[in-house]
Each structure stands twice: as structure tokens, then as C-alpha cells.
Write a new protein. Structure first.
Length: 208
């Protein structure tokens, strides 16, 4: 009986020893894995995470006219006024022009801001042909709102041969357009824009 008790104690001791050995082995393995693991937070400590700002980068509005409306019945291409695309070969048009009997008065009034500028258009980046299409639309737009508008065409210093192609085309176009009475450079020392005067439109009761 005593021997059975002794054997039981021995077995319990062996089991306890094995359990202790397993526990020690597990702790040793855990320490090893911890030493080998990359401390991600420490490694990335100098990196600032990206923030989601929710910002939407909208595409640039390349609409040339300001202000501008969508016409339900746009001008037919065959009715547009053109003067060709030979602006690089033309002599440079004058800084101011008027073709009615009020020449000097119209030019002076345009320079003095006598008429309100009801709309303006920027033609930078347009070809000669496309610029003339936009000008046709612009004239119609101004007609509905008044008699004076402003056109930015640039000085043309970057053109081939330093000849202002778009500037020449725009001013030749204005000189020949039947509804344009005059134009001037609105700001002294800046030849990159012109202010225009167009014919006043007759009211319906006047036409009747």
C-alpha cells in the first residue's frame, strides 16, 4: 500500500515536471517571437498617415465666355461670320478703330467707360477658327444685354516670329463685322484686350 502511494507521488512529480518544462518552453518561444517581431509603430513613428479630406478636384471649367448661357437654338455654322485664318500675314491692326460717323466720340466713350461692359470673353488657347466661332456667339450674347463687351486675346508675344496671330485675327474680324461699330484698348500699355461697341438693337415696337 505504501509502495502504491509512493508510485502515485512519483507519477505526479513527473507530470508536474513535464508541465513546468512545457510552460518554460512556451515562454521561451514567446520571448523569441517577440524579439524577432517588427515593432511597426516604432518603425513608422516618423511617418504621418494620409488623411481623407473628402476633397473633390473638379475638372477646370474651360468655358470661354463669362457670363454665358446655353442657347437652345445655337447659331448655324453657315451663318457664322469669318475673315479667314491669315492673321500671321496681315499687317498689325490699329489699337483703336471706329467705322461710323461718330468715330472719335465712340472711341473716347469706350475708353472712358461710358457704356457698361455687359460681358467679356477670354480667347487664350483658341485657334483662329475656333476664336471666330466664339466671337460670333459672343456678339449675339452682348446684343441681348447691351452694346459693350470686352475681349481678351493676348498680346501674342509667344507666337511664331513674334507676330500676334490671334490678336490680328480678332481685330480684323471686329473691323469687318457688320454689327461692330468700334473697338479700343481699354487699359493703357496693355494691348492684350479690346473693348467693343456694337450696334444698338431695335426694339420690337420700333421695328413694327
Amino acid at each position: 500500500m505504501a509502495s502504491d502511494f509512493q508510485n502515485t507521488l512519483k507519477n505526479l512529480g513527473k507530470q508536474a515536471k513535464k508541465a513546468a518544462e512545457r510552460q518554460a518552453e512556451q515562454e521561451k518561444e514567446a520571448v523569441k517571437r517577440s524579439a524577432e517581431a517588427v515593432d511597426f509603430a516604432k518603425e513608422m513613428g516618423t511617418v504621418t498617415p494620409l488623411k481623407n479630406s473628402g476633397r473633390y478636384e473638379a475638372p477646370r471649367d474651360k468655358t470661354p465666355m463669362k457670363p454665358r448661357v446655353q442657347d437652345k437654338n445655337p447659331l448655324a455654322s453657315e451663318s457664322l461670320f469669318f475673315v479667314g485664318t491669315g492673321g500671321n500675314d496681315w499687317d498689325e491692326p490699329p489699337a483703336a478703330f471706329s467705322k461710323n460717323g461718330q468715330g472719335k466720340n465712340d472711341i473716347r466713350r469706350l475708353q472712358d467707360g461710358y457704356w457698361d461692359v455687359v460681358a467679356d470673353v477670354d480667347l487664350h488657347g483658341y485657334t483662329q477658327e475656333k476664336a471666330q466661332e466664339v466671337l460670333n456667339e459672343f456678339i449675339e450674347f452682348v446684343k441681348k444685354r447691351g452694346v459693350c463687351g470686352e475681349i481678351v486675346h493676348g498680346s501674342g508675344l509667344g507666337s511664331s516670329g513674334y507676330k500676334p496671330v490671334l490678336k490680328n485675327t480678332v481685330r480684323r474680324w471686329l473691323m469687318q463685322h457688320p454689327d461692330v461699330l468700334a473697338y479700343v484698348e481699354p487699359r493703357k500699355g496693355n494691348d492684350g484686350a479690346v473693348r467693343i461697341l456694337i450696334k444698338r438693337q431695335k426694339k420690337e415696337w420700333e421695328q413694327g
